[in-house]
Design a protein around this ligand. Sequence first.
Ligand SMILES: [Zn+2]
Length: 451
Amino acid sequence: MSGRPPEGEERAPRAEAPPSGGADPGGAERRAPAGGPPTDAKGRRLADLVLRNAGELVTMTRPAREGLGVLADGALAAYRGTVVWVGREADLAGEVGLAADAVELDAQGACVLPGFVDCHTHAVFAGERAAEYGERLAGVSYLELLQRGGGIRLTVEATRAASEQQLAALTARRLDSFLAHGTTTVEVKSGYGLSAEDEAKQLRAATVPHPVRRSLTFCGAHFVPPEYEGRADDYVESVCGEQLSACAPLAEWCDVFCDEGAFTVAQARRVLEAAREHGLGLRLHAEELAHTGAATLGAELGCASADHLILATVGDMAALRAAGTVAVLLPGTSYTLHAGYAPARAFLDAGVVVALASDFNPGSSYCENMQMVISLACQELRLTPDEALWAATAGGAAALRLTGQVGVLTPGAACDLIVLDAATRAELPYHYGVNLVDGVVVGGRTAEAGA
Ligand SMILES: [Zn+2]
């Protein structure tokens, strides 16, 4: 991608707020004046950013079976961070006028997509666990690691010991990597602090200034910390009491790890109902390690998403569909743990909305790259390339209740896009294990990692 910055001004790569809703730790909200986007003297849409010469402009305005809404020889215009026009290159000059400080980007025939929406990550933590990876491959069980203070216990200890500033710096570096791989919106969970003070510290660290948009989730019910060992119900009361009081003002969502060895369905219900009273939206980890009934609970409570779902049944799928709960599938975790993969085709056949996410975390999926997730989804979940691309963009937006705001390139949506080093979207799953993202725009501004 080649770009022409405005004369004498380097724009700071800072995110604008989504059109509505969503956490916006990075920047102040700016809207087009009331009465719609402004026009120039000739009555054309005014733009302060245009992207031209997209060989393939993938708008995600249509489902995969209808081809995703792809424009050949496409162009796009944005004003103050919001898309105001999408069409063919040939119509751009007649329909769009440029503001004095407008930036023009030339995609040079490449494929252009909405930025990825990674709707399930645990991106705020301290602690190094690379050594455990080799040990686990050599046959050391996760239980053994836990018993000697490894696994998630190590992450909890290091996260508690870290200052908010240290966590923020670690998070910013990870956000650089998300951005460099094309992710422009990321959900971030707490869940390694496990006390009111340390969970709140994690959530504040997650708001570190950075172009990547964030949607924050309180996940105090992630693991029973050592000081509550054998007293999970007492810990749940702490989550529902002082932790929720401290964290609800800092988050949009509440999540519970409801599974064998984690929290029971009854405990998850207690936490999620308390979170709802605090005004949080709900989501949960469900049916990953054992079939517990978590997915049914998620549907009953109207959760925005149920995540993992490796062991989901046909009955679970019907319940999730009826509830409008998005199935968030995390193939990177199955890959890392040598576990089974979720029955993705059955979910699609059942009419459930499917999203893909990285589950980025230091134990079971240490990968910020949604391109890798898309490739795994095609290879192991048997999604078509178009189904996987939709699930990684518009699907992620649906899981975060941001449909129409991110994960799509249409007037009114945030101008968050990626330019590939490829002429066609089919290269994303096919040319795997490399970074095919050549340029990223967030909120109508070119964004660079480390800026
Ligand atoms: Zn998770």
